[in-house]
Design a protein. Structure first.
Length: 94
Protein backbone atom coordinates (compact mmCIF):
# COMPACT_ATOMS: atom_id res chain seq x y z
CA UNK A 1 0.00 0.00 0.00
CA UNK A 2 1.04 3.57 -0.62
CA UNK A 3 2.54 5.67 2.13
CA UNK A 4 0.08 6.89 4.72
CA UNK A 5 1.16 10.51 4.35
CA UNK A 6 0.52 10.51 0.59
CA UNK A 7 -2.92 8.97 1.06
CA UNK A 8 -3.99 11.36 3.82
CA UNK A 9 -2.70 14.28 1.79
CA UNK A 10 -4.83 13.25 -1.20
CA UNK A 11 -7.88 12.77 1.01
CA UNK A 12 -7.56 16.21 2.62
CA UNK A 13 -7.05 17.90 -0.77
CA UNK A 14 -10.09 16.07 -2.14
CA UNK A 15 -12.26 17.06 0.82
CA UNK A 16 -11.24 20.71 0.54
CA UNK A 17 -11.89 20.72 -3.21
CA UNK A 18 -15.40 19.36 -2.56
CA UNK A 19 -16.15 22.08 0.01
CA UNK A 20 -15.62 20.11 3.22
CA UNK A 21 -13.71 21.44 6.22
CA UNK A 22 -11.71 18.87 8.19
CA UNK A 23 -12.37 19.52 11.89
CA UNK A 24 -9.85 17.18 13.55
CA UNK A 25 -6.80 15.13 12.61
CA UNK A 26 -7.73 11.90 10.80
CA UNK A 27 -8.14 8.81 12.98
CA UNK A 28 -7.09 5.31 11.94
CA UNK A 29 -10.05 3.00 12.63
CA UNK A 30 -8.82 -0.32 11.26
CA UNK A 31 -5.71 -1.76 9.66
CA UNK A 32 -5.68 -5.28 8.24
CA UNK A 33 -3.64 -7.02 5.53
CA UNK A 34 -6.49 -6.39 3.04
CA UNK A 35 -7.58 -2.82 3.89
CA UNK A 36 -7.19 0.23 6.02
CA UNK A 37 -9.90 2.63 7.20
CA UNK A 38 -9.37 6.20 8.35
CA UNK A 39 -12.08 8.49 9.76
CA UNK A 40 -12.30 12.22 9.04
CA UNK A 41 -14.55 14.50 11.09
CA UNK A 42 -15.75 17.19 8.67
CA UNK A 43 -18.12 20.12 8.43
CA UNK A 44 -20.68 17.75 6.86
CA UNK A 45 -20.28 14.79 9.20
CA UNK A 46 -17.98 11.80 9.27
CA UNK A 47 -16.22 10.66 6.10
CA UNK A 48 -14.25 7.44 5.81
CA UNK A 49 -11.21 6.78 3.67
CA UNK A 50 -10.75 3.13 2.75
CA UNK A 51 -7.51 1.85 1.27
CA UNK A 52 -7.43 -1.54 -0.44
CA UNK A 53 -4.94 -3.50 -2.54
CA UNK A 54 -5.38 -3.55 -6.34
CA UNK A 55 -7.06 -6.99 -6.20
CA UNK A 56 -10.02 -5.40 -4.40
CA UNK A 57 -10.16 -2.27 -6.54
CA UNK A 58 -13.61 -3.10 -7.95
CA UNK A 59 -15.23 -2.46 -4.57
CA UNK A 60 -16.15 1.23 -5.17
CA UNK A 61 -17.51 0.49 -8.65
CA UNK A 62 -19.72 -2.28 -7.26
CA UNK A 63 -20.86 -0.06 -4.39
CA UNK A 64 -21.82 2.73 -6.81
CA UNK A 65 -23.74 0.27 -8.97
CA UNK A 66 -25.60 -1.16 -5.97
CA UNK A 67 -26.46 2.30 -4.68
CA UNK A 68 -27.45 3.89 -8.01
CA UNK A 69 -29.29 1.04 -9.70
CA UNK A 70 -30.66 -0.97 -6.80
CA UNK A 71 -30.94 1.75 -4.12
CA UNK A 72 -28.93 -0.44 -1.76
CA UNK A 73 -28.01 0.93 1.64
CA UNK A 74 -24.26 1.13 1.02
CA UNK A 75 -21.81 4.01 1.50
CA UNK A 76 -21.82 6.72 -1.15
CA UNK A 77 -18.46 6.87 -2.94
CA UNK A 78 -17.43 10.50 -3.31
CA UNK A 79 -13.97 10.04 -4.84
CA UNK A 80 -11.69 7.31 -6.14
CA UNK A 81 -7.97 7.62 -6.69
CA UNK A 82 -6.96 4.72 -8.92
CA UNK A 83 -3.33 5.84 -9.02
CA UNK A 84 -2.93 5.36 -5.29
CA UNK A 85 -5.12 2.22 -5.23
CA UNK A 86 -7.41 3.33 -2.46
CA UNK A 87 -11.04 4.24 -2.09
CA UNK A 88 -12.68 7.18 -0.46
CA UNK A 89 -16.19 6.70 0.92
CA UNK A 90 -18.77 8.92 2.47
CA UNK A 91 -20.95 6.97 4.85
CA UNK A 92 -24.53 8.19 4.89
CA UNK A 93 -27.54 7.06 6.86
CA UNK A 94 -29.59 6.52 3.70
Amino acid sequence: MESYIKIISWAKECLLAKGYTVNNPPETIQTTPWSGVTRFSTSDGVIYLKQTPPTLSLEPVIMQLLRDQFHANVPKVIAINKDLKFLFHYLSLQ
